[in-house]
Design a protein around this ligand. Structure first.
Ligand code: FE
Ligand code: FE
Ligand code: ZN
Ligand code: FE
Length: 234
C-alpha cells in the first residue's frame, strides 16, 4: 500500500512529455476536444437504449428515449461543427465517457429492477450529462475565443440540450423516483403512504383503496415494462 502510494505521487509530480502530435494552440485543443465528445456522443447512442430498457418508470424511460433522439442529432451537428472548421469528423476514444458508461452498467447490475434501479439510472445519467455540460461549455468558449461563431453557436445549442436533460432528470428524481426508491416495500406500504400524504380520514381511504392513483400508475408502468422487455420499441 505504501509503495503504491509513493509510486502514484511520483507519477503525478512528473512533467508529462508531450506526444509528437500534441496540441500547439487553442485551435488544436478545440479539435481534440471535439474528437473526444464526438466519440462520447456516438458511444451514448449505443448505451442509452440499454438504460431505457432497464428503466421501470414510464416517465424516466420517456425522458431517456427523448435524449437518445437528441443525442443522435448531436452527432450530426458535431459533424457540422467539424465541417465549419474545415476539419474531418474524427472520433477519438473518450476514456471518461467509456468509464461513465461502464459505471452505468455496474449500477444497473447492482440494483434490483424497479424504483431503486431507476434512481441509480438517473444518478448514472446525470454523471454523463455533467461531463457533457463541462465539455460543451469549454468547447463553445474555445470556439468563441477563436472567432469561430458558427461552431460556437452549434456547441451552445447542444450545451443547452444537455442542461435541459440534466434538469429533467433532477425533476424526475425529486418529484417521484427517489421517494419510491426510499420505500422499503412499495406494495405493502402504499396504503400507509396515502394516509400519511392525505388529510382525509381512514374510512374514506379504505373505500378508495382498490382504485387509487398508485394502482393506476403501476398498471401503466407494467404495460410499459412489458412492451420494453418484449423489445417492441425496436
Ligand atoms: Fe450529448
Ligand atoms: Fe473525454
Ligand atoms: Zn449530455
Ligand atoms: Fe446528453
Amino acid at each position: 500500500m505504501k509503495n503504491t502510494k509513493s509510486t502514484t505521487r511520483k507519477k503525478s509530480e512528473s512533467t508529462i512529455t508531450a506526444k509528437p502530435d500534441a496540441a500547439m494552440n487553442l485551435r488544436d485543443l478545440l479539435i481534440d476536444g471535439l474528437q473526444d465528445i464526438y466519440w462520447a456522443e456516438k458511444a451514448l447512442t449505443k448505451a442509452l437504449p440499454n438504460m431505457v430498457k432497464n428503466a421501470t418508470a414510464s416517465d424516466l424511460a420517456y425522458a431517456l428515449k427523448n435524449h437518445l433522439e437528441e443525442t443522435k442529432n448531436q452527432v450530426t451537428r458535431l459533424e457540422e461543427v467539424f465541417q465549419s472548421l474545415n476539419e474531418k469528423a474524427t472520433a477519438k476514444k473518450c476514456v471518461a465517457m467509456e468509464g461513465l458508461i461502464n459505471e452505468a452498467d455496474h449500477i444497473m447490475e447492482d440494483t434490483m429492477q424497479g424504483a431503486v434501479r431507476d434512481a441509480g439510472i438517473i444518478a448514472a445519467a446525470q454523471k454523463v450529462e455533467h461531463y457533457e455540460i463541462a465539455s460543451y461549455g469549454t468547447l463553445a468558449t474555445f470556439a468563441k475565443t477563436l472567432g469561430e461563431e458558427d461552431a460556437a453557436s452549434i456547441l451552445e445549442e447542444i450545451l443547452a440540450e444537455e442542461k435541459a436533460a440534466d434538469e429533467a432528470l433532477s425533476q424526475l428524481a425529486e418529484a417521484t423516483i427517489n421517494d419510491e426508491a426510499n420505500d422499503p416495500d412499495e406494495e405493502e406500504d402504499e396504503e400507509d403512504n396515502v394516509i400519511d400524504d392525505d388529510d382525509e380520514d381512514e374510512d374514506e381511504l379504505d373505500e378508495e383503496e382498490t382504485d387509487n392513483d398508485y394502482d393506476t400508475d403501476d398498471e401503466e408502468v407494467d404495460e410499459y415494462v412489458e412492451m420494453y422487455t418484449k423489445g417492441k420499441h425496436r
